[in-house]
Design a protein around this ligand. Structure first.
Ligand SMILES: Nc1ncnc2c1ncn2[C@@H]1O[C@H](COP(=O)(O)OP(=O)(O)OP(=O)(O)O)[C@@H](O)[C@H]1O
Ligand SMILES: [Mg+2]
Length: 318
C-alpha cells in the first residue's frame, strides 16, 4: 500500500456508501504534495464534504485509505490529525460561548500553555478582524463573523495542513479577499491547504492545482494552467475606433484566416482556428488594411469554461 510521506494528504481508492445504496465516493485517489494549495471542486452532492469527513476521520470509508503525512487517518486519527486544522460545516453548538472560551478549550486540547493560548487568541482574532469580539457570545455573530471565527479556529494550533470545506461561503467580497490573503500567507509558510469551493475564480487565483470531482469520481487533477490550456476558444473580440460600414465588414469577412464574423453589442467577434499564430496574422492583416483598432482580445479559457464543459449536463446533483 502506498503511504508515502512525500504527500501531505493522500487517498487511495476511497469508496463511501451511505445507507448501503448511495455511493458518495467511488474510488477517489488524490495526492497532495507538501506546501501545495489544492482546490476541490464539483457540483452539489459530488462527494467533496464526504471526502473531507473521511480525511478528518468524522466518518470511515467503506473501502480505501486516507493518509495524512503517510499516517492512516482512520486507523491512527490522533497521530494523523495532530498536524491538521479543519473547517467543516458543524451546527452552532457553541452559541453560548465566546471566542476566548472556545479557543482556550482547543488550546488546552492541543497541550498549549495558558500564556501561549492568550497570545495566540489575540493573534488569530486580529488576523480575522474579530479582536473586538473576543468576549462576545458567538450566538450573536453574523454569518460572515461566524465563518471568520471558524477559520480562526481551524488554524489556532498552527497546523501544517489545513483542510477547509467551503471556507468563504457566506463571506462578503472583502471577507473573501481576506481569506485569499490568508491562504497566500499559509502558502508562504509552506503549509498545505486542501479546500473545497464553488468559487472557481478564487480557486483559479489561489490554488496550485485543482481536482474536479463528479458523482464520487475524480475527473481531473492538474494545474490551473494545464486545465485551461486543454481547451481552446475560437473567437477574437475586436473594438474599432470608428464603427464599421457594411463594406468594411464584408472586406474583413473575406480575409482568408477568418471563419466567420458577428457583431455583438458594437464589438466585432471573429471566428478563427484558435491558434496564437493565426490570431497574430489576423491582427497584422487588419492593421495593414488600414483599420484602426482600440482593443483586440482573443477570448481566453477560464477554469469555469472547462468546469462547465467537463461536468456537462449530467450534473451529479442528488
Ligand atoms: N449522512 C448522509 N447520509 C446519506 N447520504 C448522504 C449523507 N451525507 C451525504 N450524503 C450523500 O452523499 C453524496 C455526496 O454528498 P456530499 O455532501 O459529500 O457532497 P458535496 O460535494 O459536499 O456537495 P455540496 O457542494 O452541496 O456541499 C450526496 O448524494 C449526498 O446526498
Ligand atoms: Mg459539501
Amino acid at each position: 500500500m502506498v503511504n508515502s510521506k512525500d504527500y501531505a494528504i493522500e487517498t487511495e481508492g476511497l469508496v463511501k456508501m451511505y445507507n448501503h445504496d448511495i455511493k458518495a465516493l467511488d474510488g477517489v485517489s488524490i495526492k497532495v504534495p507538501r506546501g501545495n494549495i489544492v482546490g476541490y471542486v464539483g457540483p452539489n452532492g459530488s462527494g467533496k464534504t464526504t471526502t473531507i469527513k473521511v480525511l478528518t476521520n468524522l466518518i470511515r470509508p467503506t473501502a480505501g485509505k486516507a493518509y495524512i503525512n503517510g499516517i492512516d487517518a482512520n486507523k491512527n486519527p490522533k497521530e494523523a490529525l495532530y498536524s491538521v486544522g479543519a473547517l467543516i460545516e458543524v451546527p452552532g453548538i457553541y452559541d453560548y460561548l465566546t471566542p476566548h472560551e472556545i479557543l482556550t478549550y482547543f488550546g488546552k486540547v492541543y497541550g498549549m500553555k495558558k500564556s501561549e493560548i492568550n497570545d495566540r487568541i489575540e493573534e488569530v482574532l486580529k488576523m480575522l478582524k474579530l479582536s473586538n469580539w473576543v468576549n462576545k457570545k458567538v450566538g450573536a455573530f453574523s454569518t460572515g463573523m461566524l465563518r471568520r471565527f471558524a477559520i480562526a479556529n481551524s488554524f489556532f494550533h498552527d497546523p501544517e495542513i489545513l483542510i477547509l470545506d467551503e471556507p468563504v461561503i457566506g463571506l462578503d467580497p472583502k471577507g473573501i479577499k481576506e481569506v485569499r490573503d490568508l491562504l497566500k500567507l499559509f502558502q508562504k509558510q509552506d503549509k498545505t491547504t486542501f479546500l473545497s469551493s464553488h468559487l472557481l475564480n478564487e480557486v483559479a487565483d489561489t490554488c496550485d492545482s485543482v481536482v474536479f470531482i463528479n458523482d464520487g469520481k475524480i475527473l481531473i487533477h492538474d494545474t490551473v494552467e494545464n486545465i485551461t490550456n486543454s481547451m481552446q476558444k475560437n473567437t477574437i473580440d475586436v473594438k474599432f475606433l470608428k464603427s464599421l460600414t457594411k463594406d468594411e465588414i464584408n472586406r474583413i469577412k473575406k480575409f482568408e484566416l477568418i471563419d466567420g464574423l458577428k457583431v455583438v453589442n458594437g464589438i466585432i467577434q471573429l471566428d478563427y482556428d484558435g491558434s496564437a499564430q493565426t490570431s497574430s496574422k489576423i491582427l497584422s492583416q487588419l492593421i495593414s488594411s488600414g483599420f484602426e483598432i482600440i482593443s483586440y482580445s482573443p477570448e481566453s479559457v477560464s477554469l469555469e469554461d472547462v468546469y462547465i464543459s467537463t461536468m456537462g449536463d449530467e450534473r451529479g446533483v442528488r
